[in-house]
Design a protein around this ligand. Structure first.
Ligand code: UTP
Length: 415
């Protein structure tokens, strides 16, 4: 053990992070091992670089330099019934032929909801009484019933909720889904650093790690060999969604048919913004490439701009429902995504060994976002769907985007 400690000490000195071993002498052998393993897993070159960049992050780049223009979208209500049926048939065929996989991102921390446990295990109240995972599995089971195919379902967790998520599925006998077609994988973690670039200790024997954002999906799928797994299964297209939309149409055949029949290289669903000031990211073109601009970044004047028909120019909100080609995902995983930094509150162990519960934001968290991958894609389709039927996000414990609001929508538009 001493040798290993000496080895990491050298690395820490090089990167000016030697405080991480400050309490090593107070730890049991097992806890020393745990801390040394965690330190060894960190890419300090990357962490130091991310800290240096955090003051000039992509999101803080002046808006005028970003060349943001509106993007076109297709509106689902403008397609005829027969067209939609045609798309649906095409989508179902692709599923039956095993060309579709589904990935659910369930690695978030759900801080705003304040629920203690994996967000997917959050239960929507009576009379629905179903968890977010259950709502999604039921949709996949319906597809199985229709075409006899178990869509391979990959669930992204984080190291904080991985074991609990697997246990939940196993305790519930996978809700009757085919066990071998549900695969769990963990997203990556990055250490959080204070405003001086020092990696934080969560406990004396534990580094303060945070999930590396939903853009971590590409690298993690690759790391766990799941891109290869998809390839072996004959998958060509991958539907990706978040866990927290209670109305998400998982592996939606209409969306698959729309994308493939119109010859799109990829597609995302959107919903019309409720009002110019709604706090949502919107689709746009950045330097001519599809992207999303966060509500925190877009100037107020632009949020209100309309076209000749009175429609908002930047009026398509992201609902985290994407369809990518598997070969594009393989490329994106190879090329990597940029990291954004966010300032968060983090309780940590200070140099006197005291736990500091910070009331103010005091640390940088580094994350990559799935939409940064759009710039690698050409000819991306944006399909604007009906908000009341397809978007009921559960973000907050009360009020807007709360379980209560989602329940109301689910009662109107059940599975
Ligand atoms: P959010 O951005 O809403 O984050 O995630 P969150 O962690 O769930 O909630 P807050 O911000 O802490 O309150 C959008 C989707 O992306 C997934 C989430 O699980 C959700 O489905 N996600 C987010 C990840 O899988 N990993 C992440 O690191 C972040």
């Amino acid at each position: 053990m001493n040798n290993e400690i000496e080895k990491v000490k050298k690395i820490l000195v090089d990167f000016k992070q030697e405080h991480l071993l400050q309490f090593i002498d107070e730890l049991s052998l097992a806890n020393r091992k745990k801390l040394v393993n965690q330190i060894s897993s960190i890419n300090f070159t990357l962490v130091n670089e991310l800290f240096r960049n955090s003051t000039v992050s992509i999101t803080s780049k002046p808006f005028v330099e970003r060349n943001i223009t509106p993007i076109n979208c297709d509106i689902i209500e403008e397609f005829s019934e027969s067209k939609l049926m045609e798309y649906r048939k095409k989508g179902i065929n692709a599923i039956c032929e095993g060309r579709i996989a589904s990935v659910t991102m369930a690695g978030g921390q759900g801080t705003r909801l304040g629920y203690n446990g994996p967000k997917g295990t959050f239960q929507i109240g009576p009379p629905i009484k179903k968890t977010l995972f259950q709502l999604q599995v039921e949709k996949l089971k319906n597809i199985h019933q229709e075409c006899g195919k178990w869509v391979p379902w990959y669930i992204m967790t984080s190291n904080e909720n991985h074991n609990d998520t697997i246990k939940y599925f196993s305790d519930n006998k996978y809700f009757g889904y085919s066990e071998k077609d549900i695969l769990f994988f963990m997203q990556g973690m990055l250490p959080m650093v204070d405003f001086n670039g020092k990696v934080l200790l969560k406990e004396k024997d534990e580094i303060y790690f945070g999930p590396d954002g939903n853009g971590g999906i590409f690298l993690s799928l690759k790391k766990y060999g799941l891109l290869q797994d998809m390839n072996l299964r004959g998958v060509e297209w991958v539907f990706i969604n978040g866990i927290d939309n209670a109305l998400v149409k998982v592996a939606d055949p209409v969306f698959i048919g729309y994308t493939t029949m119109l010859g799109k290289s990829s597609a995302s669903k959107s919903v019309a913004k409720k009002s110019p000031d709604e706090a949502v990211g919107v689709f746009c073109l950045e330097n001519g490439k599809p992207s999303i601009i966060e509500y925190t970044e877009i100037p107020e004047t632009l949020t209100k701009e309309v076209n000749d028909d009175g429609q908002l120019l930047f009026g398509d909100a992201n609902i985290i429902a994407h369809l990518f080609r598997l070969d594009d995902i393989v490329n994106i995983a190879e090329m990597g995504l940029p990291y954004h930094s966010a300032i968060k509150k983090a309780s940590y162990i200070d140099k006197n060994g005291k736990k500091i519960v910070s009331q103010e934001p005091n640390a940088y968290k580094f994350e990559s976002f799935i939409f940064d991958a759009f710039k690698y894609l050409n000819n991306m389709g944006i399909l604007r769907v009906q908000r009341e039927r397809e978007f009921a996000p559960i973000k907050n414990s009360i009020g807007k985007d709360s379980p209560e609001a989602a329940l109301e929508q689910l009662m109107l538009y059940p599975l």
